[in-house]
Design a protein around this ligand. Structure first.
Ligand SMILES: [Zn+2]
Length: 487
């Protein structure tokens, strides 16, 4: 793991995988969403660092209402905590000594930080940043001047029993905005608590920092950064002057910007002064951002996937007679797909089940046989049903996606396919094991034919849920889970 060592702080590359602590007390948790017991080391290690920080916020937010994880050994809900080295572990919400796992010291680090936090709220740097925010807002006529208030109670609910006291609040047109200064010890409970309350009360929360250093980030900064679409805002003397000169609220924004370098997706930090009117605000997630990191990353990833798919199909049509250069390209493609957890055979003609799946789906999409000597699509359908029943489900969904039902119906002059597909439908409804997809090639199916993969995945999840009640080993659910993450 890449980490910049600065005395007293370790900053983790957001794209690295998260690491668990070495001597975790809680080694297994129950995932209350799926009902699966999970190894804590594997669970934590399966997340990218930035995504785990985001997950940590979600776990905390749900902790008192509908917890996401619970200790495997006792009834307590658990939440994710970071060590000073930014390695992670789970801690009990309630620890009365009855569980073998001990996760709390007399005064936990969270308690210490909470106490420090309350001290800092009275400090001069805190007063200073509040003044800068206030001045910036008063310079901008889109914020009603009489609505710009420091440290005034704001009621979450009508009954006036629940209230918050934002550092600075203002009405932007009709929208109430709460500006909170992020202090060096603002801890996760505070971050989550504010977000949930402001969402409930229909206000929008914007965190403001006094400064930001991309290579020297405290955990408290990461908590805000990664749950805010990787954007953070700073208000300082310079932005405040700009706001006052231009009569418009300016902020300094720092964000991650992804880009492609060959096959690899990398990223850089960008610093830019932006106008408040350029920000996107999402009420449900309480995210406020200038640059949509999440979208940009998704677009790069899907462009890369699209390229891989077209490389595969280009090679597949050439691979009828595998020659050495085709084999070389196939090997390279196989490696790239393996990096996406998608396996294909060693040779294009190396596995007949795989070949049938690809040819069957290509035929469905083209509306005529591809890769066979057959004349008609209905012959492909019969062939698959007879010889490769494991691909019936995918083939049927491909026919539907490609809108080729009529093609088959017209070719089915004697109604043999109609009768057969009726029976197949019934067997699929009962999740007949012989019709369940070839698990080895499921990831390839989902990757190469995403729309078909998504439909097959939904079907399997539904069938698996029904089968959950029976005592048989739940192969359907295992298959469904295997591809759920991909579609
Ligand atoms: Zn426990």
């Amino acid at each position: 793991m890449q980490a910049a060592m600065v005395p007293g702080n370790i900053t983790i590359d957001p794209l690295c995988l998260a690491l668990p602590v070495e001597d975790a007390e809680i080694t297994e948790v129950l995932d209350l969403t799926t009902g699966e017991y999970l190894s804590v080391n594997e669970l934590i290690g399966s997340f990218r660092y930035d995504h785990l920080i985001e997950e940590r916020g979600k776990v905390r937010s749900a902790l008192h209402s509908a917890p996401l994880y619970k200790c495997a050994l006792c009834p307590s809900a658990v939440y994710l905590v970071s060590s000073p080295k930014k390695r992670f572990f789970f801690r009990h919400l309630h620890e009365d000594g009855s569980c073998a796992a001990r996760t709390r010291s007399a005064l936990s680090r969270d308690d210490i930080r909470a106490r420090k936090y309350h001290g800092l709220r009275e400090s001069e740097p805190h007063r200073r940043i509040k003044r800068l925010i206030e001045r910036s807002l008063l310079a901008d006529p889109t914020f009603r001047p009489e609505s710009v208030l420091q440290e005034k109670r704001w009621y979450v609910a009508e009954d006036r029993t629940q209230w918050r006291q934002p550092d600075v609040q203002a009405l932007h047109v009709e929208q109430r905005i709460a500006f909170e200064a992020q202090l060096s010890t603002t801890f996760l409970d505070v971050v989550i608590g504010r977000r949930d309350d402001y969402r409930k009360g229909g206000a929008q929360l914007v965190w403001i920092m006094a400064g930001f250093e991309a290579n020297y980030r405290r955990l408290t900064t990461d908590d805000i950064l990664f749950s805010n679409n990787s954007n953070v805002f700073v208000v300082d003397d310079e932005t405040c002057r700009l706001s006052e000169t231009n009569g418009e609220f300016h902020l300094r924004c720092f964000y991650r910007e992804p880009y492609c370098e060959g096959e690899a997706i990398k990223e850089q930090w960008v610093e830019r002064v932006v106008r408040f009117s350029e920000l996107t605000m999402e009420a449900d997630t309480q995210r406020t951002f200038f640059f949509n990191f999440e979208n940009a990353e998704r677009e790069l990833l899907s462009a890369r996937d699209e390229q891989l798919r077209s490389d595969f199909f280009a090679l597949w049509t050439e691979s009828a007679t595998p020659e050495s250069d085709v084999m070389k390209s196939w090997g390279a493609l196989r490696q790239k797909l393996a990096a996406r957890s998608v396996s294909i055979p060693e040779r294009p003609d190396g596995n007949s089940s795989f070949s049938t799946m690809i040819h069957g789906l290509l035929s469905a999409f083209k509306g005529e046989p591809v890769g066979w000597q057959f004349q008609k699509l209905v012959q492909v359908a019969h062939h698959i049903a007879e010889m490769y029943p494991q691909h019936v489900l995918a083939f049927a969904h491909a026919i539907w996606v490609a809108k080729q039902q009529d093609t088959i119906e017209h070719q089915d002059t004697k109604g043999r396919w109609r009768d057969r597909s009726k029976k197949l439908k019934q067997r699929l409804k009962e999740a007949d094991p012989s019709l369940m997809p070839d698990q080895e090639w499921l990831p390839a199916l989902c990757f190469l034919f995403p729309e078909v993969g998504a439909r097959v995945s939904r079907f399997l999840t539904k069938a698996g849920e029904m089968e959950r009640n029976t005592s048989q080993p739940n192969v359907v659910l295992v298959a469904a889970n295997k591809i759920k993450a991909m579609v």
